[in-house]
Each structure stands twice: as C-alpha cells, then as structure tokens.
Design a protein around this ligand. Structure first.
Ligand code: PEP
Ligand code: MN
Length: 295
C-alpha cells in the first residue's frame, strides 16, 4: 500500500502557493528550514527560540519587571500586546500607542527584541514602527486586508493559526503575506478549539500538524502552550512535548510574581512565574544538546 505523506498532497492541491516547499527550490530537502531573523535571533536555526512576556502591556512597571525576568531566565525575545483582541468588548483592550512606547523602552533597557500584535490594517505602519516582529493573532488569521498590509512591510511576521483553521487555510493565510513580498513568516500553533466544554484547558494542542506542515513548507514553526492550556501549571509539560516534537520556538506568557498576577486585566491564569520560565529554557537547551532539534 502506498500512503502519501499529507504535506505532499497539500502541495499538489495548492500548487500556486509560493510558501510551499515545492515552489521554493532552495528548500527542496524536507529537513531544511527558511531562517527568519528577528533582532539578531534566528528562527529555524540550530536553537529553539524562546519568546516570552506578558499577555498585555498593562503598565511600564509591569512590562519592565516581566522584561527583566524574561532576560534573566534566558528568554530571547519579548512578547506583549499593546493592542489586544478581546472576546468581550468591555474587557481591557490594551494601552495602544502608549503600550508600544513602553515596549520600545523595555527593549532599550533589556536588549530584547519585541513581538507584538497588530489587529487593524490601518495601524500596521504604526505598530511596525515599534515592533521587531508583528504578531497576527488567532482571531485575525483570516483578516485578509490585515495580512496583505503586513505583507507589504519588511518586518518579520508571527502568524498564529486560527483555532479552527485547517492546514490548508493556515498556509493560504501565510500566502497572503508572502504574495506581497514578505516571506519572513514564522507559523505558530496555539491549540484548536475542541467541541464540548473543557474544564481543564482552553484548547487542544495540535502537534499532529508539525510533520505535514514541515513537508509542505520550509517556514519555521513555533508553539504557544500558554493560550492553548490557559493554565500556567500545564505550560512546562506541554513546552517539553513541543520541543521533543522539534518545534523552532516557544511563545510563553509570564507573570512577574503572584501578587502581580492578581492585578492583571488579561489572561491572569496562564502566565508562568519567572522560575518556571527558567526551567522551561533550561529543559529546552538540555533537549537541544541531547536529542537534537528534530525527532
Ligand atoms: C496572544 O498571543 O496574545 C493571543 C491573543 O493569542 P491568540 O491570538 O492565539 O488567542
Ligand atoms: Mn494572552
């Protein structure tokens, strides 16, 4: 029986996509990855990149405190939202431009490059002026005007998978960006919404997708265990699983302390304490040294 690898059949169904390995001759080998450099840190290279930080920038003190903790724990890039996609319109929506200015100051003080979300096509220029990497959130994965607009910048893009998106839909979203000339795209699996009510986690992490994704495209792929679980106690275990599966990076939410956690206005339950982040970074480096980056 001849069973075709899924990544190869995706390529046959969507031959026009320029993000596919078969349309990218220098990455014909399934083991090769298109490296994406962000503020001196390389996704798709020999190291698994740890991006960490608060869910949202809530104040200068909070962002700087978490930024320093991320730096001390060995994180390589700082994440943090200035514009937040919130399900409830009455929830905290982020500090906006003020948040971007805080992130820029934290970058200066810690040396960490900044990954931050852009929600609105009209604000791409503004956010790109502060960000080292533009994040497209799960809810925005099929906001085609937004994808087109970030594709017109030269800023690297972190493209999160929509929580019900198929592999094909995710690759088509990447294509909207690449089509405009920006191929510096890193894909981020952040868990899929399962049917029924889940009392113990927000979503289900899809590690199944990694192998077909790698066959289909040379773009690097990272995993977000924070939004997937919604509970910080589950994040370290899932991070180890993702690293063992050969991901190119992790995206992790961090809180500075338990007293700081109680003050947060966004994703209070899922940020790991700095000590846990240090353990995750340690386990990631140990795995690189022993089992290598790919299964
Ligand atoms: C985030 O990373 O801040 C976020 C809102 O995640 P997602 O888009 O995956 O829900
Ligand atoms: Mn969050």
């Amino acid at each position: 029986m001849n069973i075709r690898p899924v990544g190869d059949t995706v390529s046959e169904r969507l031959p026009e996509l320029s993000v596919l390995r078969r349309c990218w001759p220098e990455y014909a080998d399934v083991g090769s990855t298109h490296q994406v450099e962000v503020a001196g840190v390389r996704f798709g290279g020999p190291r698994c990149v740890v991006v960490a930080g608060p869910c949202a920038v809530e104040s200068r003190d909070q962002a700087l405190g978490v930024g320093r903790a991320v730096c001390a724990a060995g994180g390589q890039l700082l994440r943090g939202g200035a514009y937040k996609p919130r399900t409830n319109p009455h929830s905290f929506q982020g500090l906006g431009l003020e948040g971007l200015k805080i992130l820029s100051e934290v970058r200066q003080l810690t040396g960490l490059g900044i990954v931050t979300e852009v929600l609105d096509p009209r604000l791409v220029e503004q956010v790109a002026g502060y960000a080292d990497m533009l994040q497209i959130g799960s809810r925005s994965m099929q906001n085609f005007p937004l994808l087109t607009e970030v594709g017109r910048t030269s800023v690297p893009v972190l493209l999160k998978r929509g929580w019900s998106a198929t592999l094909e839909e995710w690759l088509c979203a990447a294509e909207y960006i690449a089509k405009e000339g920006n191929r510096n795209i890193v894909l981020c699996e952040r868990g899929l919404r399962a049917s029924g009510h889940w009392s113990y986690a927000r979503s289900v992490l899809d590690l199944n997708v990694l192998e077909p994704l790698r066959r289909a495209t040379p773009l690097p792929v990272i995993v977000d265990p924070s939004h997937c679980t919604g509970r910080w106690t589950l994040v370290a275990g899932l991070s180890r699983a993702a690293v063992a599966a050969g991901v190119d990076g992790l995206l992790i939410e961090v809180v500075e302390s338990e007293s700081a956690r109680s003050q947060l206005r966004s994703d209070r339950e899922q940020g790991v304490p700095p000590q846990v982040l240090a353990e995750i970074v340690g386990a990631t480096r140990a795995a690189e040294a022993t089992v290598g980056r790919r299964p």
